[in-house]
Design a protein around this ligand. Structure first.
Ligand code: PHB
Length: 594
């Protein structure tokens, strides 16, 4: 049994002194006392992190001129930071826009791997969501907020659904009071200061600001008739915390937005501290907060019980070698260019020194893992600590959940076609032929991303187009990746679409074996006379073929030999680049193939 929860450390001040009621008559909020910047902090690292925060808040894309405004930095500084992040693969420049790139997720991955949650618990969370047919989330405490580390989403229309890395104010959530049972008097003071300085929650871009909470006719109709006044409930946070400590669970009765209800239970680690909180989230069209609690609490508690056992029994992880340093580290300053800010790149690389079995590192270990000089690693750690991405305890450093604010929320919603699109565009820029990404649907391939040249092709292909798998290069590389039993349906009912189409199942089976061994498929005039295409598979982290990329052209453009000699190397590199992004992005999130 976990030890009983400790009583909340509440300061004597009552709720009346906590929060002035928000409203137009409110006096200007007292400015929070600024924490002085340590003398050794690395300015380019601070600025680069500011750019990443602003891009994250903007949903992953912002023009360079907008970044200049939102960060308050000079345009030349924004340009150099963008060039550096782009060289690191963390950002892409698309015309005037800076766009966060999937590779950036290696920072958040370092935090999640070091934490070992959600990995140890995500399967149970997903099973609970399946069983209840409601959304289930895992959240950790992030100072006076909560941050999501896993989402098993069953969210229907009508309510927001939060992303991995989103931060919510503790007092407007169900997990919040459970975390607050462990708050120190300093934590309560910080919470009060934040509420006074930001009564409308502008510091939480993932949620609608308070002034937008005025119920609309629709939201009022969706609200339970007995919906409490959300602001009263927020002000009652200390009381909710006291009750959470006694009961071991807490609810959110539409504190985030009308209609959204949640019930939460803490998962305690071996030491009895709250490691994370599991929430079941529903909507007032299905449940009131009370009926949700009655319906799911026993099942939720059983899951938490099993999760706590999993945590206790998880074998300790031997320190692994770091996951591999950023690609830029091997390159020379000359290759990297004048615009490259090494101190920014080095500082961010420090984050990737952490990981599974590497949750707590000393300065020496960070320096060893990154290959940085001790003095450089030290200054980077001081900077990251100042910005709240690292905490120091004694001689060791750990990452904080705030690392997830470096791009994770928008990037965790990336799909495979979105990941592939810039790589396809690069390929087309090199080859001047159309390139596509496709998946298997039934016995057909379906195009999911495409970059076309202006050359006229007789087959008119757009995203969504379906073609028979057996007669296309895309289909053949994907079918070649299947087991013999899974291949069966693709070997029957073969029709000659041209005089060259392979229609004999035995011949096609041999072709597929060759495709599998060669790692590519070339189809010449089998789908349509005069159309030649070459395709390569795209595999996920587990090695499963999840999609294919191809280049297609009129047969007068290149001979079959030229396709293999000139196109295939570029095509394979493109498939490899998509796979590399997929490995990073898919480590802790599900990447939809379409
Ligand atoms: C969620 O997982 O979306 C969630 C959890 C707890 C809340 C609100 C939302 O209080």
């Amino acid at each position: 049994m976990p030890p009983p929860p400790s009583p909340p450390h509440l300061t004597p001040a009552g709720p009346a002194t906590v929060t002035p009621a928000p409203g137009p008559a409110l006096a200007p909020a007292p400015a929070p006392v600024p924490v002085p910047v340590p003398e050794e902090a690395v300015t380019p690292l601070m600025r680069g992190i500011t750019v990443l925060h602003r891009l994250t808040e903007a949903g992953g894309t912002q023009s360079l001129s907008a970044l200049e405004k939102t960060t308050g930095l000079a345009r030349s500084t924004v340009d150099r930071i963008a060039a550096t992040l782009s060289r690191m693969g963390y950002l892409r420049l698309d015309g005037r826009d800076a766009v966060l790139a999937p590779r950036l997720m290696e920072l958040g991955n370092a935090y999640l791997a070091a934490l070992r949650l959600p990995r140890l618990l995500d399967t149970r969370a997903d099973e609970l969501a399946d069983e209840l047919d409601e959304s289930v989330s895992l959240a950790v405490a992030d100072r006076d907020g909560i941050r999501f580390i896993h989402q098993a989403t069953r969210r229907r229309a009508m309510s927001l659904s939060f992303r991995i890395g989103d931060l919510l104010p503790a007092e407007r959530t169900a997990p919040g009071p459970l975390f607050a049972t462990e708050w120190t008097p300093e934590d309560w003071t910080r919470w009060r200061d934040r509420r006074a300085a930001d009564p409308r929650d502008h510091g939480f871009p993932a949620i609608p600001p308070r002034e937008h909470r005025t119920p609309t006719p629709e939201s009022a109709a969706l609200d339970a008739p007995d919906a409490p006044n959300a602001l009263d409930a927020v002000d009652a946070f200390e009381e909710r915390t006291r009750r959470a400590a006694q009961q071991g669970w807490a609810v959110d009765d539409q504190l985030i937005e009308p209609g959204l209800v949640a019930v939460s239970v803490p998962v305690r680690d071996r030491g009895g501290r709250v490691a994370c909180v599991v929430s079941v989230v529903s909507h007032t069209s299905r449940h009131s907060a009370d009926s949700l609690r009655d319906a799911v609490l026993p099942r939720l508690r059983a899951t938490v019980h099993a999760m706590e056992r999993d945590l206790r029994e998880a074998p300790a992880r031997p320190p692994a070698s770091p996951a591999g340093l950023a690609t830029w580290t091997g390159a020379s300053k000359q290759e990297l260019g004048r615009e490259f800010i090494e101190s920014l790149a080095r500082g961010l690389t420090v984050i990737t020194a952490f990981g599974e079995g590497r949750a707590e590192l000393t300065l020496t270990e960070v320096a060893q893992a990154t290959g940085l000089a001790r003095a450089t690693a030290r200054r980077a750690l001081i900077t990251l600590e100042h910005l709240g991405h690292v905490t120091a305890r004694g001689r060791t450093f750990t990452l904080t959940p705030r690392v997830l604010a470096l791009g994770f929320p928008p990037l965790s919603r990336t799909t495979l076609p979105q990941i592939a699109a810039p790589h396809l565009a690069d390929l087309v820029a090199r080859l001047h032929d159309s390139a596509s990404l496709a998946v298997l649907t039934g016995e057909e391939v379906q195009y999911t991303a495409r970059v076309a040249t202006s050359r006229i092709m007789s087959v008119n292909i757009t995203v969504g187009t379906r073609l028979p798998a057996y007669a296309t290069s895309l289909g053949r590389v994907m079918v070649a990746g299947l087991s013999p039993a899974e291949r069966e349906p693709f070997l029957t009912g073969l029709r000659a679409l041209t005089p060259h189409t392979v229609t004999d199942p035995a011949v096609l089976a041999t072709v597929l074996d060759r495709v599998r061994d060669a790692g590519y498929a070339l189809v010449d005039g089998e789908l349509e006379e005069g159309l030649r295409s070459i395709a390569a598979p795209v595999r996920d982290r587990t090695g499963r073929v999840v999609a294919a990329v191809n280049v297609a052209m009129h047969s007068s453009r290149r001979t079959v030999e030229q396709c293999v000699d000139e196109v295939l190397p570029h095509l394979s590199a493109t498939a490899g680049a998509i796979e590399a992004d997929l490995r990073v992005a898919g480590r802790f999130t599900q990447i939809p193939s379409t």
